[in-house]
Design a protein. Structure first.
Length: 447
């Protein structure tokens, strides 16, 4: 997050100033000028807060080196001199950027907060303890700013959402909502559980899809390098001396000549589609397409689908308080899944049915087409008995147990399949190399 300070002048000459925190400096400037136009103000200055490295000393003591954020160098110098220090140097930090903290650090913060809240420790004290112990600079500075804003009486939901670039949209919303609710510890526990499951799911998905794809891609490149560069160096010697080549060696050499003769075309064919798909996946339409296809992948698609339902049910259980207030929990739970297709089906089909036609939760969920028959059946029973909140938790726990067990089996199957493919490729290369090694030139007497 970028903190900026601005000053503006009214038409009567009065000067106003204020601070803003936005994800980028450009976003902050845009917001300031929008406010200025709305209130007929003339912007005079916009300053960005930077990190400064200072070196100070007091009397004959050893110099101290530290870091302080401020809008300009003079602020740092004046503050240090007021504390009685002699300022040796103050310089703007060259690489002043903060990377997003690892998800594990955020999970630890949420889990520890939940445990301390269970012990009835005031939240301000929890933040102070964590600020002193957290190692990640970005997260530590973010919590400092949140703590300062909350002490000034700022709205917790607005404050946390301002830092969604650090926590993520859903996490920031849940943590902001927790401070305003009557079950702060429970919401923190649910958020920690959600983040842990999200981490576990991404790790499993990486093991099941991404790692095998990278392995196969690297194997493909290695085979191309062998066939296109290493193999011809030997085979061309036999051709030069007009020695007949065995069938596999001859076929491999023809393939190698094709690759070398159409190197640009082959490169475009190998690199182009992945790059095009990656760029397409970054668009809203592309994300919607891939998120929908993800649910239809054989075997793995059903697990991804059930995991999304599990996440939806877990969040819905945390936020749901009664049938009269079910729309907002449903919307937030849909966003928490991280699947755009799932989210749009809930927002564009289920929620409009509930608002415009007064449909029940079961009817709306069934119309969306994204819930399994098991889930619909359980929601129907829960709606009839008035236990839909507990039904959501039961479904979440059920699908968690099922997906964790089956996903491990699928990962093992994929790893075995990858090992088999690598073995087949290596055997093929070995056979070709062995066949090439059996070639011997005819003696001059035979010629």
């Amino acid at each position: 997050m970028i903190e900026v300070r601005f000053s503006a002048q009214k038409s009567n000459g009065q000067v106003l100033s204020g601070n803003l925190t936005e994800p980028t400096f450009a976003a902050a400037k845009k917001k300031i000028y929008k406010l200025a136009d709305k209130n007929q103000l003339k912007v005079q200055a916009i300053e960005k807060k930077f990190s400064f490295i200072y070196k100070i000393k007091r009397g004959t003591e050893k110099p101290i080196v530290g870091e302080q954020r401020a809008f300009n160098k003079e602020e740092v110098v004046n503050a240090l001199r007021k504390l009685g220090y002699e300022v040796v140097s103050v310089n703007k930090k060259l690489l002043d950027f903060n990377l997003k903290p690892p998800m594990q650090d955020i999970v630890s913060y949420v889990k520890i907060s939940a445990e301390l809240l269970d012990q009835k420790l005031p939240y301000s004290e929890i933040l102070t303890l964590l600020i002193n112990d957290i190692q990640n600079k970005t997260l530590r500075e973010t919590l400092k700013q949140i703590n300062n804003e909350l002490k000034k009486g700022a709205d917790s939901e607005t404050t946390f959402l301002r830092y969604q670039s650090v926590f993520g949209k859903f996490t920031a919303f849940m943590l902001g909502l927790a401070s305003k609710s009557g079950n702060m510890a429970e919401i923190y526990k649910a958020t920690a559980k959600f983040l842990e499951r999200q981490q576990e799911f991404k790790k499993s998905l990486k093991s099941a899809l991404i790692t095998p794809m990278i392995t196969l891609f690297v194997l493909f490149i290695a085979v191309l390098f062998y066939v296109g560069y290493i193999f011809p160096a030997t085979a061309q010697l036999f051709v030069k001396f007009k020695i007949d080549l065995p069938p596999m060696t001859a076929a491999t050499l023809k393939f190698s000549n094709f690759l070398m003769g159409h190197a640009l075309l082959v490169t475009i064919f190998v690199v182009g589609p992945p790059l095009a798909l990656w760029q397409f996946s970054r668009t809203k339409k592309g994300k919607l397409f891939f998120d929908r296809i993800m649910l239809k992948i054989p075997v793995l698609g059903s697990l991804v689908h059930k995991t999304l339902i599990e996440v939806f049910c877990r969040v819905f259980y945390t936020l749901y308080s009664g049938s009269a207030e079910s729309i907002e929990p449903i919307r937030i739970a849909a966003e928490a899944t991280g699947n755009l297709y799932f989210e749009q089906q809930i927002k564009n089909v289920a929620i409009p049915l509930m608002i415009k036609k007064g449909a029940g939760i079961t009817e709306a969920f069934e119309a969306s087409g994204i819930f399994t028959e098991t889930a619909i059946s359980r929601f129907h029973s829960g709606e009839e008995t008035g236990t839909i909140k507990n039904t959501a938790l039961q479904l979440a726990n059920y699908y968690e147990s099922e997906t964790v067990y089956r996903l491990k089996s699928i990962i093992e199957m994929i790893q075995v399949a990858i090992a088999m493919i690598i073995m087949v490729v290596m055997i093929a290369l070995t056979l070709i190399s062995a066949e090439t090694a059996t070639i011997s030139p005819k003696s001059p007497m035979v010629q």
